[in-house]
Design a protein around this ligand. Structure first.
Ligand SMILES: Cc1ncc(COP(=O)(O)O)c(C=O)c1O
Length: 388
């Protein structure tokens, strides 16, 4: 095994999923729906398979899907992009982020991330020889200190990654926060890479702001998103990066030798998905609002202090007072909840790589992207907690 990957280990997701299977737990761990995507999108994939769309697509993506990605950006954010030079189709957002780091940074550069941080970013940086620099998200609203962020920028800073809506916290970055980030990016000539895979999963009156649409940011922002979360097809791994041609060209230099091209029939279906009427996106938001509200209430009834998310699939909770005293950290809690109560969750310490790891100790992350009956079964099991 190379030294490059030796430190990665296997993720706790694998362990919790195995435990959940072994103990027949209701799995609210992984952020993948246990229901299917829209029938017309699934049918479009089947039609594509049966229409001889089964050979390599162009490396940058099929023109119909690049056009659909550009039209979606315009429809929801009035973001104008040229589908021929400013859009790249990737194997999910995951590949887009990795190709962005490889294509836009050099070994020895620094990239700023907010902690807690989505689990692939830092390993991506390690593989690229890039140094992560952490800025804390803290408190019930997961805010950052603008001075701490300003101090994180230096002559070696090449990029900053912003994930909004945020996994695992459910934070949606406000326009004011994004303005602070935008000002610093321009002052230090830094590229912003945004991961917006939960862009359509928003609660209450939350508004998703695309950093690329703020003044001065279009020319230095790479916007990344994907089909998986919005269309409940996480297994398809169709993602994209949007940005100015020089950035997209650089990302494509890496992409062409990572995956080269992405599944043709699923790309064809992506064009159908992205073109669905507004009512689809409204219904999705309404469906998730109901799921989040119910799950929030169930967790609170069970004795958790739940931190209300503004977006994403997740609810973070403080479990103190809910578990026996012998449980002393988030990993033990997740194992105990899975094996003894029959509900699997994720221990958030996997999203901490730096000094704030202790903040995860009493937290648990629950996914709400599950059928109503799954959430009901989980609620019933969690209701035992209050009686322990
Ligand atoms: C923040 C974030 N980015 C990216 C991904 C993965 O996206 P994709 O399946 O499109 O690679 C996830 C999935 O959980 C995520 O939570």
């Amino acid at each position: 095994m190379s030294q490059r990957v030796a430190g990665f280990g296997t993720t706790v997701f694998v362990e919790i999923n195995a435990l959940a299977r072994e103990h027949g737990a209701v799995n609210l761990g992984q952020g993948a729906p246990d229901f299917d995507g829209p029938p017309e999108v699934l049918a479009a994939a089947v039609t594509a398979v049966n229409s001889a769309l089964n050979q390599y697509a162009p490396g940058t993506g099929m023109s119909s899907v690049r056009a659909a990605i550009a039209a979606h950006a315009d429809r929801f954010y009035q973001q104008k992009v040229d589908p021929d030079f400013e859009v790249l189709v990737t194997s999910g957002a995951t590949e887009a982020v990795f190709a962005a780091i490889l294509g836009l940074t050099d070994a020895g550069d620094e990239v700023i991330v907010f902690e807690p941080v989505y689990d692939s970013y830092v390993p991506n940086m390690v593989m690229a020889g890039v140094t992560p620099r952490y800025v804390s998200l803290r408190g019930e609203n997961w805010t950052f200190d603008p001075d701490e962020l300003a101090k994180a920028f230096n002559a070696r800073t090449r990029a900053i990654i912003i994930n909004t809506p945020h996994n695992p916290t459910g934070k949606v970055y406000s326009r004011e926060e994004l303005n602070v980030i935008a000002t610093l990016c321009q002052k230090h000539n830094v590229i912003a890479i945004t991961d917006e895979v939960y862009e359509h999963i928003l609660y209450d009156d939350a508004v998703h702001t695309r950093l690329a649409t703020l003044p001065g940011m279009a020319e230095r922002t790479l916007t990344i998103s994907s089909l998986g979360k919005t269309f409940s097809v996480t297994g398809w791994k169709i993602g994209w990066a949007i940005g100015p041609a020089p950035l997209v060209t650089a990302v494509n230099r890496a992409h062409q030798f990572i995956t080269f091209a992405v599944a043709s029939p699923l790309q064809a279906a992506a064009a159908t998905a992205l073109g669905l009427p507004l009512s689809f996106f409204d219904n999705l938001r309404g469906m998730y609002q109901t799921k989040r509200d119910r799950m929030l209430a169930s967790l609170q009834r069970a004795g958790f202090k739940a931190l209300k998310p503004q977006g994403s699939y997740f609810i973070m909770c403080d479990w103190r007072g809910v578990a026996p005293v012998r449980i002393t950290d988030d990993v033990q809690f997740a194992q105990w909840l899975t094996t003894e109560i029959g509900v699997a969750c994720i221990p958030p310490s996997i999203f901490y790589q730096d000094a704030d790891k202790h903040l995860a100790k009493y937290l648990a992350r629950f996914s709400v992207c599950k059928k109503d009956e799954t959430l009901r079964a989980a609620a019933e099991r969690l209701s035992r907690l209050g009686k322990l």
